[in-house]
Design a protein around this ligand. Structure first.
Ligand code: NAD
Length: 428
């Protein structure tokens, strides 16, 4: 199911293609093709057993021409420096395309957080900050949660940083818990933003949203709130979602012909986004194979789980009815599959535009931390809707003006903005 292509090679290939179309100068290419800075470090952690374990940690700062680096920290057993590099690069484009004054960064630790006790996780988080605190900060690099990390962990990291610098600094990290410097509406922000871009795409294509059907991959944070927002804002029907099953070590699709109920499914889903199979069956859901979500006869597909799922192979299973692919996940479509989607005239809302709602809300969190004044939920939602709508149309206008695929148009908007900032700062 997953792409064999190294994610950083994929990010570089996407960049190269657009750099050629833009006729970008060699200096700009040299600066943007690779990260500006990388940190590789060891984190010694005293385990509950008394034994010492050494974890491998990373932080990649891809580009900070437009502002402090921004991006999550992933705790995952299969974490690699190339995944971190790719994600940091995509963060640069994501912040630029959504016009928030931040650059791109990403971090990680090779570990399986599900095997660590709460105290071990806390020591690991504090250890990560212990290695990185001189090189992060509200005006330098602002981490956030990602796969395997939680708001509580961000709270520990913020506390450790504040202790080390000797001053309460909530703006060093975002995705903090509510009451601990977090922003209202951060939890639904990414899924909400995905559907704002779908709403605008439907308008552009002249499709009545109420008559649409949709299928999603994943049932975690992004997918759950995308599903809820889709029903609320668009009003169509969702026929399937899929998720990974931790016990069976494979994924399943949960479908219902007359439409799934995301609220019910949420009530039977654990914190890792795994839907309870037994209870779903009792609720009248059909349980199908991993890729069934992708083969549904729907108008809209929302891959919102992991990278490399729409590949040269799986793209063949996508129904001819599909008009929109909204990439809630980062890097779900391989370059080979992109060519097929392009040829079939599918309207792709590329990942770093489609899922930018999360980082935009994180930016709002940092702004609120700086002001020490917190906005009402409605204010966050309205501002987020505005930002996502403007970003979508900027990319669409670029796609129309240069007659290019939406992904290339998003890259063009983003690269243009970063290059301008580098020129204004006299880097190139
Ligand atoms: P999550 O951990 O909350 O949920 C992930 C979901 O994907 C779970 O339901 C899991 O069961 C499912 N999944 C995992 N492997 C799968 C597989 N092989 N097949 C089917 N389902 C599978 O994660 P999330 O926060 O929802 O993030 C999902 C994606 O969106 C990731 O690519 C992430 O980088 C991206 N993203 C997240 C945010 C955010 O704010 N959470 C922002 C931008 C991008």
């Amino acid at each position: 199911m997953s792409s064999k292509l190294n994610p950083f090679e994929m990010a570089q290939r996407q960049f190269d293609q657009v750099a050629d179309q833009l006729d970008l100068s060699p200096d700009n290419r040299a600066l943007l093709r690779n990260p500006m800075r990388e940190f590789h470090f060891q984190i010694p952690v005293r385990m509950d057993s008394g034994e010492l374990r050494v974890f491998r940690g990373y932080r990649v700062q891809h580009n900070d021409a437009r502002g402090p680096c921004k991006g999550g920290i992933r705790f995952h057993p299969a974490e690699t420096i190339d995944t971190v590099r790719a994600l940091a690069t995509w963060m640069t484009w994501k912040c630029a395309v959504s016009d928030i004054p931040l650059g791109g960064g990403k971090g990680g630790v090779i570990c399986d957080p599900s095997t660590l006790s709460v105290l071990e996780k806390e020591r690991l988080c504090r250890g990560w900050v212990g290695q990185m605190w001189r090189n992060i900060g509200p005006r330098t690099d602002v981490p956030a949660p990602d796969v395997g990390t939680t708001p509580q962990m961000m709270g520990w990291m913020m506390d450790e940083y504040s202790k080390l610098v000797g001053s309460f600094t909530p703006g060093v990290i975002t995705g903090k818990p509510l009451g601990g410097g977090g922003s209202l509406f951060r939890t639904p922000a990414t899924g909400f933003g995905v559907i704002v871009t779908v709403r605008e795409a439907l308008k552009h294509l002249g499709i009545n949203g109420k008559e649409t059907t949709c299928s999603l991959q994943g049932f975690g944070n992004v997918s759950q709130y995308a599903a809820l927002t889709y029903l609320d804002m668009i009003g169509g029907k969702i026929v399937a979602v899929s998720c990974w099953d931790n016990q069976d070590k494979c994924s399943y699709t949960f479908s219902k012909k007359d439409g799934i109920d995301p609220k019910f499914l949420q009530s039977i889903t654990d914190e890792y986004g795994t839907v309870n199979k037994g209870r779903a069956k009792e609720g009248g859901y059909e349980i199908e194979d991993a890729d069934a979500w992708l083969a549904k006869d729907v108008d809209i597909l929302v891959p919102a789980a992991i990278e490399g799922v729409i590949t040269g192979d799986t793209v063949k299973r996508i129904s001819k009815k599909v008009r929109i692919v909204a990439e809630g996940a980062n890097g779900p479509t391989t370059p080979e599959a992109d060519e097929v989607l392009k040829a079939n005239n599918v309207f792709v809302i590329p990942d770093f535009l489609c899922n930018a709602g999360g980082v935009t809300c994180s930016y709002f969190e940092g702004v609120q931390n700086d002001m020490n004044f917190y906005w009402a939920e409605e204010e966050v939602r309205t501002r987020l809707d505005q930002k996502m709508t403007v970003a979508f149309h900027k990319v669409l206008e670029m796609a129309k003006a240069r007659k290019v695929y939406m992904r290339n148009a998003a890259y063009m908007v983003a690269i243009d903005s970063v290059v301008k900032a580098m020129m204004l700062r006299g880097w190139v």
